[in-house]
Write a protein of this length. Structure first.
Length: 152
């Protein structure tokens, strides 16, 4: 059994959460089988997967550490973006509600709700751009991993 990756020389680790790391690849079945048999080993730098005996299963099939870190960042930015989108929608719906309601009209309340919705657009746009950049970077890292290019 080898302790280092034959592709890049990086130390191998046990593949944790194999179904999540191998989903949308053709090696997901190997990940499922590793849950009940010997665990797979993975190089966290280049994404190569090895059996417990050291035989290469696939080069560049699993997500690398950098990809997992960026995916977590992207997911966080998406959650923040969606949270501010909710505030934008609530503010605008509240402003329209005060304009169109049958009760008495208070222009200060309408302006306040519209301002809250409008001000929430700034962080919404900021987090949407951050999520978009992270998505592009993640796609680039995945393409580089699959084609075998160096990312560092």
């Amino acid at each position: 059994m080898t302790d280092n990756c034959r592709q890049c020389g990086h130390p191998l680790e046990i593949l944790r959460r194999p179904l999540r790391r191998l989903r949308w690849t053709r090696y997901w079945w190997r990940g499922l089988a590793s849950l009940v048999s010997q665990p797979l080993r993975v190089c966290t730098k280049c994404g190569s997967i090895y059996t417990h005996l050291g035989a290469l299963v696939a080069a560049g099939a699993a997500e690398t550490n950098a990809e997992m870190r960026i995916r977590g960042f992207k997911d966080d930015m998406i959650h923040l973006r969606d949270g501010f989108a909710t505030v934008v929608l609530a503010g605008e719906v509240g402003a329209v509600w005060t304009l169109m309601s049958a009760g008495s009209y208070d222009p200060r309340l309408t302006v306040l709700m519209g301002a809250i919705g409008g001000l929430a657009l700034v962080p919404f746009i900021y987090f949407a751009r951050k999520a978009s950049r992270a998505k592009r970077e993640l796609k680039g890292l995945k393409a580089a991993r699959i084609t075998g290019m160096k990312t560092e």
